[in-house]
Structure formats: C-alpha cells, structure tokens
Design a protein around this ligand. Structure first.
Ligand code: GAL
Length: 417
C-alpha cells in the first residue's frame, strides 16, 4: 500500500467511525416539543424529565420547548416544522378537536393502541377522555393532565379591604368590580389576546350555562340568538374593568398583578396555581380561587397530551418518553408542580396541594365542558376565525359586528348550516 492509498483509507475509516458515532447518538435521544418554558410550567416538565432520565439513562432528552403561553408561538413553529417534514419525535397537543382536526386529519401522528394495551392505560385513563383522543378506533395521544380553565383567582386581602365578597354570578361580579373601580383598585387583570379568548369562553359559559355553552359547539345553540348577544354584552362589560396595558402582558404578568395586590381578579387556567407556588405564595392567604362567575358546579376542562410523530426520527426513544408521560410516576411528579391534576385516575391525592385537591373533587363531581382556547371544542380553523373576530372586536368594541362574525365563523368552519 503506498502512502497515498494509506492516507485515503485512513480518512475513510475515520469518516465511517464518525458517521456511526453520529448514528448511535441519534438513536439515543428524543426530541420533545412543548411551550412549557417558565412560570411553573417548565418546572413541571423538568420534574417529569427527571423521572424519564432515571428510567432511561442512555437516552438524551432534547427539550425543544418554544416560549409563549397557550402555545401561540410554539404551534406556529411546529406547523412549519411539520410542513418541512422535520417533526420533533413527540409534541404537546390538546385532547379534543385540536388533536383530531389537525394532527390526526393531517396524518401527522401515529395510533398508540399497542402502547395502551401494553401499559394497561385503558383501565386508568378517564373513559370520557378516550373519545377525545380517538378516531375510528385508534387512540392517538397520551394525556398527562387535566387542567381547569374556568377559575377566578383573587387577592383575598384586596377583596377584604374593600368589603367585597367572592362573586358567584355575573351580576355579583359586575357589582364587585364596580365597587373596586370606585375605590381606585384595578378590578380585573388581563393579558395578551389568547387570555382574552380564555376570558370570553368563561363569560360565554357563565352567561349561557353548561348546556347552551355545549350547544355552541355542536350547532344546537344559535350564535345569532339574543342569549349569545347577552353573553357578548357581558363580555364587553367585563373588559371595561381590565387594566389598559393588557396587550403587552403575558398570562404570568397578569396573574402577578393579583398576587402583588395591584388587581383584584384574574381569570386563568389552573397553571396559574403552579406559577403562584413557584413564587412561594400560600393558598388562601396570598391567593384565593372560585369557579368563574356563573359557572359554579361546572368544570371547563382541557388536557395536555403527547403524541408520536409519523416519521419520528427516534421512534423507540419517543415510545420510552410516552411510557413515562402516561405512567403513575411521571404524572405524580409532573402535575403537583404544573398546577394540574393527573389524567390517570390512580394518582395519590396526598401529593397535591389544597387547590388541586379541590380540583380533583370538582372534576369527579361537576358537569364537565370543554375549553375553546385550549383545543377541546373547536377545530383550529374555527378557532382561528373566532380569534380574528375577537381581535377586531377588541379594537372596535362593536358587539353586533362581533356577533355577526361569530355566526359566520360557525357557518364556515363549525357545525352551523
Ligand atoms: C395551555 C396548556 C397549559 C398551559 C397554558 C399556558 O394551552 O394546555 O398546559 O401551558 O396553555 O401556557
């Protein structure tokens, strides 16, 4: 062998070694995509990653979280990646229409029936949840939690100082906010646009009641009706009690106004509780909670779940991740920190704080309805039309035009004929 051939062969050997090392590394990692980057959310995810690492020491966890509450930014990044054929191995998707109408319809995720059988999940996941993650007999995701959307958070001291009782109806809430406003207190803390949609869905529920609220999503409640007009009037009135800089505040900023005593109320899902606990705040003393006005006895829910990408680059590692996400150990580590209750029905209640224990009781006993903002009741195109109409309404305050746009949205992308 001459010197030249030897040098060439050496280069080839080094190259092939490097390539196989790369290959080995690739199969030993899992990329998981979510929007849990801070404010109690990242801490919850970290707790579950810890369980994953303990059980899978050979697999590198690649946390591909993209910041932004409710996934407003993350979902856009995900859509671009999916379009480019570059999916993360697993991502966070809401049980319900978001999952079925987008990822299942787009053939972007794989059925997980085998995993459900192997792990015995059908006997520990709520029976009511399975249809929301299934299509044609196939189950498509692993729910990690149940969150409550219709929570009214309040500052107990601010209410007491102003002799305001916790409101249970819309009218009581308006009276309370009027008193606070007159006293120079900001009645309601509000954030960027998705938090306004979150507020809207709770006001629709609080004004219409559970049955008629459900009817909005199956076509049996007329979006053009007088009762929906009353709900939208209520919504318009609610907005008048909010801080004026809402557009520039994240959900954490808004809920912090309540904790700091700079505002009395905030309507937010119970991930806010994860944030309050991360800030070291104490339940009942620093923050109180109640169902949003008009929704006593109703649990407006959403569920975060994880999926397996079609063409996942690291399929086995992704399955290992999903196993942890669906496990008792994974859910017991994640949920008490995240501010949610387990999707599984067999978690140890004693691991959870006072608020979450009350949420468990309510989940078990209340009438359950689904969230709009967090993917349960409307598919993505309908939701985005509602969002566009809402954006215009926030600018022009025209209730009649808003209602017309909502009627049109249901005709275009919802069940209305
Ligand atoms: C929801 C998600 C929750 C929480 C919230 C705020 O869509 O389901 O887990 O992350 O957004 O970011």
């Amino acid at each position: 062998m001459n010197k030249k051939t030897f040098a060439l062969l050496s280069v080839l050997v080094i190259l092939s070694l490097a390539l196989s090392a790369c290959g080995a590394k690739k199969s030993d990692q899992v990329e998981v995509f979510s929007w849990w980057t801070g404010g109690g959310e990242a801490a919850g995810l970290e707790a579950m990653i810890k369980v994953f690492k303990a059980q899978n020491p050979g697999i590198e966890f690649v946390n591909a979280a993209v910041a932004g509450g409710a996934g407003t930014n993350a979902r856009a990044v995900l859509a671009t990646r999916l379009q480019a054929g570059d999916p993360p191995d697993s991502w966070q998707g809401h049980a319900g229409q978001e999952l079925i109408g987008t990822y299942v319809a787009g053939k972007q995720i794989e059925p997980l029936n085998g995993l459900y059988d192997a792990e015995g999940w059908l006997s520990v996941m709520p029976k009511t949840l399975i249809p929301l993650i299934s299509k044609d007999g196939n189950i498509y995701s692993v729910p990690v939690n149940i969150h409550r959307a219709n929570v009214l958070w309040y500052n107990p001291k601010v209410l007491a100082d102003n002799n305001v009782a916790v409101p249970t109806t819309m009218d009581e809430w308006f009276a309370a906010m009027e008193t606070l406003k007159t006293a120079g207190v900001t009645p309601l803390a509000l954030g960027e646009q998705w938090t306004k949609m979150h507020l809207l869905e709770t006001v629709l529920l609080g004004t219409l009641g559970a049955d008629k609220y459900n009817g909005l999503w199956d076509g049996s409640t007329d979006w053009g009706s007088a009762e929906v007009k009353t709900a939208l009037d209520n919504y318009a009135k609610t907005l008048t009690y909010a801080n004026s800089d809402s557009a520039s505040l994240s959900w954490q900023d808004a809920s912090q106004l309540v904790i700091n005593g700079d505002a009395a109320f905030n309507v937010m899902g119970d991930w806010a509780e994860g944030y309050f606990r991360e800030l070291g705040k104490a339940p009942k003393t620093d923050y109180g909670w109640a169902p949003t006005p008009g929704s006593v006895g109703v649990f407006q829910f959403l569920s975060d779940s994880f999926v397996l990408a079609v063409g996942a680059p690291h399929r086995d590692a992704a399955n290992a991740w999903l196993k942890v996400a669906g496990s008792k150990a994974g859910q017991e580590a994640f949920n008490p920190v995240k501010g949610s209750i387990c999707a599984r029905t067999d978690c140890d209640k004693a691991l959870f704080g006072e608020y979450l224990q009350s949420a468990m009781d309510d989940w078990a006993s209340n009438t359950v309805v689904g969230s709009l903002t967090h993917g349960v009741v409307a598919n993505d195109s309908w939701k985005s039309e509602i969002d566009t109409a809402l954006g215009l309404f926030i600018q022009n305050g025209d209730v009649a035009a808003f209602q017309n746009a909502l009627v049109a949205a249901c005709k275009a992308s919802g069940p209305c004929k």
